[in-house]
Structure formats: C-alpha cells, structure tokens
Write a protein that binds this ligand. Structure first.
Ligand SMILES: Cc1cc2nc3c(=O)[nH]c(=O)nc-3n(C[C@H](O)[C@H](O)[C@H](O)COP(=O)(O)O)c2cc1C
Length: 176
C-alpha cells in the first residue's frame, strides 16, 4: 500500500490527476489542501524544547501514518518559481514530528518519492534540487522526478497526462 499526497491548491489539476494515475487498489490519496494544518506561526518555537502548540491538527497523524506505507509519493507543483506553500507547510511542521520521532526519520525518507511539476529547468534550475535535500547523505537515488511542462508545450490548463512521454516518465519513475 502506498501513500500519495497531492500538494496542489486546485482540485482536478495535474497533481490530482497524477495522484490518481499512480494509485493502485488499496493506496491512499491525500489532498493536502483539504487537511487542517496550521502554519509554523504564532508560537514560541515550542517544538524545539517541548510540544508544538498545534500538535492536535492533522499533520502529526499524517506523519505517524507514513510508516505504515510501502512508498510515499509527494506530487508538488511550482508556484511562483518555488514548490507550493502547502509543501513548505508540511516541511516546516515536520520539525515537531521528527524532534520527537527521530528514530523513524530514515525509515520515512527511505519510502519517499517526489514528483515536481513545473515549467522548465532552464528558467528555474533550483526547483528540483530543493526536493533532493531530503536524500542528501543517503544512498537513495532517483527519488525525484521533474516534469517540465513547457518542453511539451503544456500550458496551465492543459492535462499533462495526455502527453505520452510524460506518462512514460512517470511509469518508469514509479516502477523503478
Ligand atoms: C499561483 C501560481 C503560481 C504559479 N507559478 C508558476 C511558475 O512560476 N512557473 C511555472 O512553470 N508554473 C507556475 N504555475 C503553474 C503550475 O505549476 C501548474 O499549473 C501546475 O500544473 C499546477 O498543478 P495543478 O495542475 O495540479 O494545479 C503557477 C500556478 C499558480 C496557481
């Protein structure tokens, strides 16, 4: 069983479509936009010494559940040159979880695969490396796939799964 998380803000866009495409029976798809997850804001950084004041929202449960899956896929779109803020929300709130669950950090990272949807590498070369930081210092390779929409003439309203080559890239990535 795999866990697939779409970090798009819109329903039925490319990230949601890819999530459905890669899901097989028994997999779980989560649309991060629908979770109740507080920003890392309005606190005193309690997570470093104690417990995050927002511990009761949906993020801690989400991280806890990750150990139960074989693979975890993050599907992340680019907004204004960077991964969407929904992705950074998860990233920042992981601070509290891993401060208290350090022993499962490596196990979770070992399950992780990230697909980033963006325009093109030439214009925004830092987008994909941003995801690769999860795997620095590990032996894990080929964990990040960048899908460059512009390479295939795909605009914002287009459905990138309609492009055969993109489908092939995704197939190769998920079945590696
Ligand atoms: C606020 C916003 C900013 C965006 N900025 C960029 C951008 O800087 N570069 C880019 O290539 N695409 C950008 N896009 C387009 C999205 O990356 C693209 O539509 C992607 O397919 C979104 O995922 P979705 O289809 O799942 O919603 C932006 C979209 C939004 C809503």
């Amino acid at each position: 069983m795999n866990l697939i998380i779409s970090f798009s803000g819109r329903e039925g866009g490319n990230c949601d479509n890819i999530s459905e495409y890669i899901a097989t029976e028994g997999d779980t798809i989560i649309h991060f936009r629908n979770l109740h997850v507080h920003d890392c804001s309005g606190c005193r950084y309690e997570c470093f010494e104690d417990v995050c004041k927002y511990r009761g929202d949906d993020i801690y449960n989400l991280f806890e559940s990750m150990v139960n899956y074989e693979k975890i896929f993050f599907i992340v779109p680019m907004y204004c040159g960077n991964p969407t803020s929904l992705y950074f929300k998860l990233n920042e709130r992981s601070q509290d979880f891993f401060m208290h669950n350090e022993e499962i950090y490596e196990a979770i990272v070992s399950k992780l695969y990230i697909i980033g949807i963006y325009g093109e590498k030439n214009k925004t070369p830092d987008f994909i490396p941003c995801f690769e930081t999860w795997f620095e210092g590990t032996e894990l390779n080929h964990r990040v796939l960048g899908i460059e929409r512009h390479k295939y003439g795909q605009k914002m309203e287009d459905k990138i799964l309609g492009v055969k080559e993109i489908k092939q890239q995704i197939d190769q990535f998920i079945w590696q």
